[in-house]
Structures are given as structure tokens and as C-alpha cells.
Design a protein around this ligand. Sequence first.
Ligand SMILES: [Zn+2]
Ligand SMILES: [Zn+2]
Length: 179
Amino acid sequence: MTFLSSDPFQSASDFFGSTAWSIALLLIQVFAVALWLALAYWVYQDARRRFENSGAISACVAIALIIPFLGALVYLFIRPPEYLTDAHDRELETLALESQVEGLRCPSCEGVVGPRFLVCPNCTTSLRQPCRRCSEPLDPHWQVCPYCAAPASPTQNRAVEETRVERGRRSDVTENPEY
Ligand SMILES: [Zn+2]
Ligand SMILES: [Zn+2]
């Protein structure tokens, strides 16, 4: 009897038949189910931030539920690379950049000018005046230099505005005979 009870196979089957083992099995199962549901929930949260279409979100959650564990992995491969908010921000940035580029045109001849041009290279219209303190080019609408905080002189601004109006008139005169 003593020989039988020390049989390693016997003790192994004792272990697997024990309540400790069945509790361990139950815990593993509970953990697996919890992980499966948590992954499905994570897929739902993540898909909500990447898809606008609610059908697509449901499909992703369904994949995560139907294929436990691997479904979430599959979702990782098929999900859109960026969040909706990021895509929206990028769109706005592109729009702002486009409008900025479009806005950089000479008011007289509509020629493209750089953001730091003092005069238009096409028609010599005065576009900006250098700051009196730091010599950075200042937009005539600015009240203060954004580079050194020196107040922009109103006479400077007026001078630029006047040249613009004059240029406008002069170009009208020179253009009229052509019509
Ligand atoms: Zn011009
Ligand atoms: Zn300045």
C-alpha cells in the first residue's frame, strides 16, 4: 500500500481530481472570459474614436466577440491609423495653411508675395514697413511689433496704406487704355 500511494501517477491524478485544481480551472476560465470581454470593450472604445460610422464600430466589436482574443488582434491591423479628432485637426491645419498661402498676394497686382516682403517685387507696392527697433517686417494693420513689442507707428501704417491706394489708382489709369 505504501508503495502504491507513493506512485507519482497516482498522486498526479489525485491532484487533478482535487478541489484545488477545479478552483484553479474555474479561475482560469473566469479570467479568460474577463479578458475576452475587456478586449471587446477596448475595441469598442478605440473604434468609437476612429470610426464615424456606427455600423463599422459594431462590426469591430462583433469581430472581437466572435473571435476571442485574436479578434482584437485582427482589429489592430484593420483599424484606421489615426483618431477622428486628429484627422479633423489636420484638415483644419491644411485649410489654415491654404488660406494663408492664398492670402499672401499683393493688394495691387495680385502677384504672390512672401510673408516678409517689404515691397511687391512685381509692382513695387509697399507691403510692410520694417520695425523701427528690430527691423522685422510689420504688417500695416499691426499696432505693435510682434517680435520686439515696440509700438508700430501709426504714420508708418498710414504711409503704407496711402501707397497702396495710390498704386491702386495708378494701376487703374495705366490699365484703362488697354481696355
Ligand atoms: Zn504687386
Ligand atoms: Zn520690432
